[in-house]
Design a binder for this molecule. Structure first.
Ligand SMILES: [Zn+2]
Length: 415
């Protein structure tokens, strides 16, 4: 009896632009270079200056702006509620063009991550994207996949980018297109960010357990002393493996590996020495591991074809591509796009024919056992184990949207 499968569609990717608030630092004010060696009379170069004021206790925006010779009423009209709450220590910067009667920009800097900008449009001031201060609260939450990972994860406030990140944590274990079972359950410890206005969004995932049918996977986020963030198992082994489970992020297997099958074009039984992954034309194909391009070009029935040679006598092949993005002899890294899905050569529709060879023998790539990358250093392992022992009980106890007792850290709202 087969297990129900869930297909995560490309619609997830199409919504990737909907990620939450961007915490961007303000662009530095461009200072045009002064004209040099001006032989002919040139138009006068506009000069810029900035006046600044640090907000003190008891300051209000209106009087403060008037004290800076700024048009307070116009600025306040354009600000909406943005200037209602200013706090001691906030910096107000006014950027002026010499000769202008009003600043072309106001910047209210709460701290490095939070700036409000008001820009003069020629008619009025408008507030630009306003990153807001937020509180970080650690939260345990569970997600049960009933129809799709997408609908389950958006229900708890995940953006498309975060859903992809969640899928990436387990991409070495589970092919999310074909292997995620109905009722699969994620338990997560994550950062929940709360803005001053009460708006909430999901921040980083810190740890995760995936129960997928009979199998359980544990992943704990850890930053090594060199600053690299990675995912580790309970015992501190890296979850990153030297081969990805699939060269296509979201697809489904339309034809598996076999030693004999009916060939739809040749009309005879023939071994299928790879797997076919159905995906729309143009879907990026990723190198499953670091390697060297040994073939990149037309290969008869295989159409546009790329072959990569990896360590330990392993070779991977990618066929029927609509386009090839690499050249023979080039070094590629794991995850790098090497081409796009197509239907070139002997093919009945857009798909990737993917082959996996060890010492010249074709293997089923979906069953291949792949080596794990190097473990943590001994000293780093001690830190990892301490963090693990703190986070595992939270993970184990996670229920649908349960808030753990407020562990606030990195709060930017305290002032
Ligand atoms: Zn095939």
């Amino acid at each position: 009896m087969s297990t129900p499968r869930i297909v995560v569609t490309l619609a997830v990717l199409a919504l990737g632009g909907l990620a939450g608030v961007v915490f961007a630092a303000p662009a530095p004010l461009e200072q045009p270079a002064a004209a040099t060696r001006a032989a002919a009379p040139a138009p006068p170069t506009p000069r810029y200056r900035t006046t600044s004021h640090e907000v003190a206790a008891g300051d209000n925006a209106g009087p403060l702006l008037r004290s800076m010779d700024a048009p307070a009423a116009e600025l306040l009209a354009g600000a909406g509620s943005a200037l209602n709450n200013i706090f001691p220590g906030d910096q107000v910067h006014l950027d002026w063009r010499d000769g202008d009667e009003r600043p072309f920009r106001l910047r209210l800097v709460h701290d490095a991550a939070t700036t409000t900008e008001l820009v003069w449009t020629g008619v009025k001031y408008t507030a630009r994207k306003i990153p807001v201060p937020y509180r970080v609260q650690e939260q345990a939450a569970a997600i049960t996949v009933t129809s799709s990972l997408w609908s389950a994860a958006t229900a708890v406030g995940f953006s498309a980018g975060q859903i992809i990140e969640l899928a990436k944590i387990f991409e070495y274990d589970v092919d999310f297109n074909t292997e995620l079972v109905q009722g699969a359950r994620f338990r997560l410890v994550l950062d929940r960010l709360t803005a001053d206005d009460g708006a909430e969004r999901v921040g980083d995932i810190r740890a995760a357990i995936l129960d997928n049918g009979k199998k359980q996977y544990v992943a704990i986020r850890h930053r090594t002393p060199d600053g690299t963030v990675g995912w580790y198992g309970k015992d501190g082994t890296s979850r990153r493996k030297s081969f990805l489970r699939s060269p296509i992020e979201f697809s489904r297997v339309s034809s598996g590996f076999s030693t004999g099958r009916y060939h739809p074009i040749l009309h005879r039984m023939r071994a299928h020495r790879g797997v076919d992954l159905a995906a729309p034309t143009g879907t990026p194909i990723r190198a499953v591991a670091n390697g060297v391009v040994t073939k990149a070009g037309w290969a008869g029935g295989h159409g546009n074809h790329v072959e990569l040679r990896h360590d330990n006598g392993t070779v991977t092949g990618y066929s029927h591509l609509s386009s090839i993005a690499v050249k023979r002899g080039a070094h590629v890294s794991q995850g790098q796009t090497i081409g796009k899905v197509g239907s070139t050569g002997q093919s009945t529709g857009p798909h990737l024919h993917y082959e996996y060879l060890v010492n010249g023998v074709h293997k089923d790539p979906m069953k291949a056992i792949v080596p794990v990358l190097k473990p943590l250093d001994e000293s780093d392992r001690v830190d990892f184990l301490a963090a693990r022992d703190r986070v595992l009980p939270l993970l184990e106890a996670a229920t649908e949207l349960a808030v753990t007792e407020g562990v606030a850290e990195n709060s930017t709202a305290e002032r």
